[in-house]
Ligand binder design. Structure first.
Ligand SMILES: Nc1ncnc2c1ncn2[C@@H]1O[C@H](COP(=O)(O)OP(=O)(O)OP(=O)(O)O)[C@@H](O)[C@H]1O
Ligand SMILES: [Mg+2]
Length: 258
C-alpha cells in the first residue's frame, strides 16, 4: 500500500490491526465479518503487525526479543524455568529460514543492522502463526542495501504462505515484491491494481505526480485564502487544482480499480 505523508496508511492498518475501529464500512476475515476491539482480537485471527519503532527491544538479546514473554519452559509448578537452550535454538533456526545467520542469539538486538532487526520481528510473527503480516514502512529509515534485505524477507514471508501488507512511500520498493497495489491519498483510495494492470512507471507517476501537485496546491490555496494572491496566482492555483483532480479521476477510471 502506497501513499504520501498523511495519506492515511497508518490509520488504515491500525484498523486492520485492531488498534482503531472503523466508523464506516465492513471488514471480513475468511469471509466472516469482524470488528476488532483490540490488537489482541486481530492477533487471534492471525493478523500480526510490525511497527517500525516498536518492533524490537534494542537492549534485549535476540532470543528474548524473538519470544518476548512467550518463551518455552521446562520443569513444572514452582520449578518451571525458561528453557533458554531451546529458545535460542528455535530463534536461530527461524532466523535461518529467513536467510539470516545469527552467530550468537545472546547478542543484543541493538547490535544488529536495521534490516536484520526488522527480520527478527517478521520471523517471530511467522513462527507464532501469523497469517497476515502488516509492515508499516519497514524500509523508510534504511539505506538501499538494508532495504534490499527487508524486501528479501518480505518475499520469504510470502513464499512461506503469509499474506503481507507492506506500507511504503517508495514505488521502487513496492513494485518488485507486490502482487497488488493500493494508493492512498488524503484518506481515500486512488485505486487498487494487480501487478499486470499497472506498470512501475505508472505507479511512480501516480505517487510523484499526485504528491507534488498536492503540495503545490496546498501552498497556493493558502496564498489565495490569505488574500495576498493576484489574478495570475489565482489562475495558477485553479490550474493546479484541476490537474490534481484529473490525476485522481484518471486513477479512478482505470479498468478494475475501485
Ligand atoms: N489520532 C488522530 N486524531 C486525529 N487525526 C489523526 C490521528 N492520527 C492521524 N491523524 C491524521 O490522519 C491523517 C492520516 O494519518 P496517517 O498517520 O494514517 O498517515 P500516513 O499515511 O501513515 O502518513 P506517514 O507516511 O507520514 O506515516 C493525518 O492527517 C493525521 O494528521
Ligand atoms: Mg504512517
Amino acid at each position: 500500500m502506497l501513499g504520501d505523508n498523511g495519506a492515511g496508511k497508518s490509520t488504515f492498518i491500525k484498523i486492520i490491526a485492531g488498534a482503531h475501529q472503523q466508523s464506516e464500512g465492513t471488514m471480513k476475515v475468511d469471509g466472516e465479518e469482524v470488528m476488532f476491539d483490540s490488537p489482541r482480537d486481530a492477533l487471534e485471527k492471525g493478523i500480526a503487525t510490525v511497527y517500525q519503532d516498536l518492533a524490537v527491544v534494542p537492549l534485549m538479546s535476540v532470543w528474548r526479543n524473538f519470544f518476548l514473554g512467550q518463551e518455552p519452559t521446562r520443569g513444572w509448578g514452582p520449578f518451571q524455568r525458561v528453557d533458554q537452550a531451546k529458545a535460542s535454538a528455535i530463534a536461530k533456526e527461524e532466523m535461518a529460514k529467513m536467510g539470516i545467520d545469527i552467530r550468537d542469539t545472546e547478542q543484543a538486538v541493538g547490535t544488529l543492522s536495521g534490516g536484520e532487526r526488522q527480520s527478527v520481528a517478521i520471523a517471530r510473527a511467522a513462527y507464532f502463526g501469523a497469517k497476515v503480516l502488516i509492515l508499516d514502512e519497514p524500509t523508510s529509515a534504511l539505506g538501499v542495501k538494508q532495504s534490499g534485505v527487508v524486501l528479501k524477507y518480505i518475499v520469504e514471508a510470502r513464499n512461506r504462505g503469509l499474506g503481507v501488507i507492506f506500507i511504503t512511500h517508495n514505488p521502487n520498493h513496492a513494485y518488485p515484491v507486490g502482487d497488488r497495489f493500493m494508493v492512498l491519498n488524503r484518506g481515500q483510495s486512488l485505486g487498487n491494481w494487480a501487478k499486470d494492470e499497472i506498470s512501475q512507471t505508472e505507479l511512480t507517476q501516480l505517487m510523484a505526480g499526485g504528491a507534488e501537485l498536492e503540495a503545490l496546491q496546498h501552498e497556493l490555496s493558502q496564498a489565495v485564502s490569505a488574500g495576498d494572491a493576484d489574478e495570475h496566482l489565482r489562475e495558477v492555483a485553479e490550474e493546479v487544482a484541476e490537474e490534481l483532480h484529473d490525476i485522481e479521476e484518471a486513477a479512478h477510471h482505470r479498468p478494475d480499480s475501485d
